[in-house]
Design a protein around this ligand. Structure first.
Ligand code: CA
Length: 232
């Protein structure tokens, strides 16, 4: 069964219903947004596996949504455009969209595009886990096998929790990780006091990183949502 979550960004209710009905019937999970502002919020808070993005949105250009998402995530974006938006389609691909569908499209075509994207995604994930026994980002280097962290070649001394937090962020570089997800992974629970502890550990981890390298900001706070390791 498919377990991927798809973010459907579409302001036309009938098209949105067609897409969500199709997704549901094929076992996908989905979230929806009917304008660009909501799309960007949903993309960062739900971390969907794929975004289906209509280019003609009421509040902003779909291209702008791609640019915003691409500033912090490589999540696959499939653009949905009407024939009259052909130039926009090219601009969308240039801005970092992965694929496109032209309206009107068949549900079979939609599902085929999703399957191709998911296949590509799973291949990428396999590559990443095989090759990445060392993570590097700017002056930061994490040697997972040795369990050591270096900044500008000097070892950084972290507590076990700080180390686990840093690894989690590195393994999801570019993605916003929610407080709930982080506390679940680190403590196995997500009570209010876990989230309070998370703030404390994150603050000390950050302080250590900043002390070792004040030229780059590695961890970004998304207020009310979570944290993200920035690719520097
Ligand atoms: Ca539209």
């Amino acid at each position: 069964m498919n377990k991927q979550t798809i973010l459907v960004v579409e302001d036309d209710t009938s098209v949105k219903n067609l897409i969500t009905t199709t997704l549901k019937a094929s076992g996908y999970k989905y979230v929806t947004a009917s304008n660009g502002t909501t799309a960007i919020i949903e993309a960062s808070s739900h971390n969907p596996d794929i975004v289906l993005l209509d280019l003609g949105l009421p509040d902003m250009d779909g291209i702008e949504v791609i640019n915003k998402i691409r500033s912090w995530s490589l999540m696959p974006i499939i653009v949905i455009s009407a024939r009259s938006e052909d130039n926009d389609k090219i601009a969308a691909l240039d801005a970092g969209a992965d694929d496109y569908l032209t309206k009107p499209f068949s549900v079979e075509e939609l599902l085929a595009r999703l399957r191709v994207t998911i296949r590509r995604l799973s291949m990428m994930n396999t590559d990443a886990s095989v090759n990445n026994s060392v993570f590097e980002n700017g002056a930061l280097r994490v040697d997972y096998a040795a369990g050591c962290v270096y900044v500008n070649d000097a070892e950084l001394h972290l507590t076990p929790i700080e180390y686990k937090l840093l690894c989690l962020l590195c393994q999801n570089v570019g993605k916003v990780l929610t407080h709930t997800l982080i506390t679940q992974k680190i403590w196995g629970s997500s009570w209010d006091n876990d989230i309070a502890s998370l703030r404390v550990f994150m603050a000390t981890l950050r302080k250590k990183l900043e002390k070792a390298d004040n030229s780059a900001q590695y961890i970004q706070t998304h207020i009310g949502v979570g944290y993200r390791m920035i690719k520097v």
